[in-house]
Structures are given as structure tokens and as C-alpha cells.
Design a protein around this ligand. Structure first.
Ligand SMILES: NC(=O)c1ccc[n+]([C@@H]2O[C@H](COP(=O)([O-])OP(=O)(O)OC[C@H]3O[C@@H](n4cnc5c(N)ncnc54)[C@H](OP(=O)(O)O)[C@@H]3O)[C@@H](O)[C@H]2O)c1
Length: 324
């Protein structure tokens, strides 16, 4: 079978596609024929050895996938050959078949396309976990989403709107903001031209925002924190800017507010049932037509490098899908 392989740490152009032996399902595992998998920002880091996980070489990028069960190993009762499934595996999905633990799979309803499901786990799973489990987001609250057109940012705009919040999309260009508006953002802010703190205050009549969703980091974080309302919640989601900010703690005291870390991969391990419920909720929203994850582009396995370069160049709007 074909696999996209990272054989030495380095740029995306070093990735190769090679034939490798087919996987075999060990006890408790399932072999899935991957119909679609998705690439995220962290895939651009993991192939360079710059991410928190450092897989042994060679490995395939892509952490989320959807497909069809081919074989089920000893002891697996929840899945049978032919079942449609989706799953998360940290890395390794950019190949024709994967062997995964049955407990890491979620049944995929007939109505949800593979290309939609493949991109639903990481960014949407992270975001629902962030809003529901970490921020306790309530309908009627105001959410500022930084990097609102990126992978998690897009999900953050859509899910906040579905949960009944007022969404202020913040991004670095008018084009990106127009995209966020098309996803349901109520107000927009271009932080390449407008001061983030002052504009968020203006847009909320001086009150500040209840929740900040920050996957960008850098100098934007402190500005956004300074624009949170009393008892606001600041969600630390990621540092796409490459800069991990240091925050003056007096800001938290003055606002009676919280900064809350979001680490979905760890939450999956510590609270699998809670994350399974979140995934069921996401699939329900997709089936009801309330959540329509936007696919930026679909690439063949041979073009994973181009796809990752697109992500690294900040040109992506929505999910980047690969169909092995
Ligand atoms: N905590 C978790 O559990 C979790 C889960 C998934 C992802 N993450 C993290 O969230 C972050 C964003 O991931 P993503 O998949 O949404 O990435 P993405 O699709 O590349 O979006 C990141 C956004 O950040 C902004 N940005 C600012 N400076 C940037 C730079 N130097 N390079 C790239 N983007 C830059 C861009 O928006 P503008 O141009 O509009 O500023 C871009 O749209 C990453 O750090 C990722 O590791 C965390």
C-alpha cells in the first residue's frame, strides 16, 4: 500500500510516497481503509521535529481520518468490516490503511461524507472542548476569536455561533474576515490595521468580551486579555505566531478573570467519555445542517508537501483534506 512518509526531519519537500507493507490488526485493533484524512498546522511542525510529539522515523503525518473498517482484531466487538468510522491518532494517517485501537474510533453516520468527517476531530473537537469543558460558554456571551480563518479559528467561529454567542472574528486581512463572516461571525476586526484591545472594547460598548479564543499567541494575547470583561475566560489554544507570550498577572486580578489552558489531546486520554459525547454532538450538528466544515482543498497523497506548504504560508481557509 502507498504511504506518505517523513524519513528525515526537515521541510515538507523532503516527504516521499512509498509502498510499505499493509498493517495487521493486533488484538483490540482495527484496520481502517483511509478514505480521507486531514492536515493541521501541527503537521507542519511535527515533520521538522518542532512539535511536542516526536514520532520515530519514518512516520506519516496527519492525525485525523475517516474511512471504512477492513479487518477487526481479536477481542474487537464494537466494529465489523464495512463499518464507516472516523478517528484520531496523533500522527500516521496519511497512508492507504491504518491500524488503530478500536477505542479511538467513532462510528460515522451514513449521511456524513468522509471528507467532512476527516476534518472534524482535531479542530472541532478541540473547540467544543474549549468552549464547553473549559470556558463554560453560555448563550448570549461575546466571544473574540483570534486567527478566525485558520483551522481551529474557523471551528471557533462556527461553534460559538451555534452555541448562541455573539462572535467577533479577528484576523489579519479583509479577505480572511469575509470568510469568517460567511461562517457566522457577527462582527469583524482586522488586527493588521486596527488595535486589537481598543477595537474589542469599542465593539462591546466598553464592557469587553466574555471569552477570548487564542490559537495565535504573540503580542496579540496580552492585547486581547486587556479587552476581556469582568469574570472573562481567556482560552490558551496555541501559538501559531511562534511566540509564547508572558502575561502580567495583575491583569487577571484586576478583571477577576481566568486564563484557561486547552489541551484536547490530553483531554481525550483523561476524559474519553466526555470527548465521545462532544464528538456525537458535532456529528449531530453536521447531520442537522447547522455545522458545515469548509474544505479549503482536497489533495492526493502525492501532494501532501504542497498541502503543508499552503498551511505554513497562512493561505488556508478551513480544512485541508488528503484522499489516499
Ligand atoms: N490546544 C489544543 O488542543 C490544540 C488543538 C489543535 C491545534 N492547536 C494549536 O492551535 C494553533 C493553530 O492551529 P491551526 O491548525 O488553526 O493553524 P492554522 O490553520 O495555520 O491557523 C493559524 C492562524 O494563526 C494566524 N497566524 C499568526 N501568525 C502566524 C504565523 N506566523 N504562521 C501561521 N499562522 C499565523 C493566522 O491567522 P491571521 O493571519 O489571521 O493572523 C492563521 O490563520 C497551533 O499552534 C496548533 O498547534 C491546539
Amino acid at each position: 500500500m502507498k504511504a506518505c512518509l517523513c524519513k528525515s526531519l526537515g521541510p515538507a519537500s523532503d516527504l516521499v510516497v512509498e509502498d510499505i507493507p499493509e498493517p495487521v490488526a493486533a488484538p483490540g485493533e482495527v484496520v481502517v481503509r483511509v478514505r480521507a484524512c486531514a492536515l493541521n498546522f501541527f503537521d507542519t511542525l511535527i515533520i521538522q521535529g518542532k512539535y511536542q510529539f516526536r514520532p520515530e522515523l519514518p512516520f506519516s503525518p496527519s492525525a485525523e481520518f475517516a474511512g471504512v473498517v477492513e479487518t477487526a482484531g481479536e477481542g474487537v466487538t464494537a466494529f465489523r468490516p464495512g463499518d464507516r468510522v472516523m478517528g484520531y491518532m496523533r500522527w500516521g494517517a496519511a497512508r492507504e490503511k491504518v491500524a488503530v485501537r478500536a477505542q479511538d474510533l467513532v462510528p460515522l453516520p451514513e449521511e456524513v461524507a468522509f471528507e467532512t468527517a476527516a476534518g472534524l476531530m482535531v479542530t472541532y473537537g478541540t473547540t467544543l472542548h474549549a468552549y464547553r469543558d473549559r470556558a463554560g460558554l453560555r448563550a448570549g456571551e461575546t466571544v473574540a476569536v483570534l486567527g478566525a480563518s485558520g483551522g481551529v479559528g474557523q471551528a471557533a467561529v462556527e461553534i460559538a455561533a451555534i452555541m448562541g454567542a455573539t462572535v467577533i472574528a479577528c484576523a489579519s486581512s479583509q479577505e480572511k474576515l469575509a470568510f469568517a463572516e460567511s461562517l457566522g461571525a457577527h462582527q469583524t476586526l482586522d488586527y493588521s490595521r486596527q488595535n486589537l484591545k481598543e477595537t474589542l472594547k469599542e465593539l462591546t460598548g466598553g464592557r469587553g468580551v466574555d471569552v477570548v479564543y487564542d490559537p495565535v499567541g504573540g503580542e496579540l494575547s496580552e492585547q486581547a486579555l486587556r479587552a476581556t470583561a469582568w469574570e472573562g475566560r481567556f482560552l490558551v489554544v496555541g501559538f501559531a505566531s511562534g511566540d509564547i507570550p508572558k502575561i502580567p498577572l495583575n491583569l487577571l486580578l484586576l478583571k477577576g478573570c481566568d486564563m484557561r489552558g486547552v489541551f484536547w489531546g490530553e483531554a481525550l486520554t483523561r476524559d474519553p467519555d466526555g470527548q465521545r459525547k462532544n464528538m456525537a454532538q458535532l456529528l449531530d450538528w453536521v447531520r442537522e445542517g447547522r455545522l458545515k466544515p469548509h474544505v479549503h482543498a482536497v489533495y492526493p497523497l502525492e501532494q501532501v508537501a504542497e498541502a503543508l506548504e499552503e498551511i505554513a504560508a497562512r493561505r488556508v481557509r478551513g480544512k485541508v483534506i488528503v484522499t489516499p
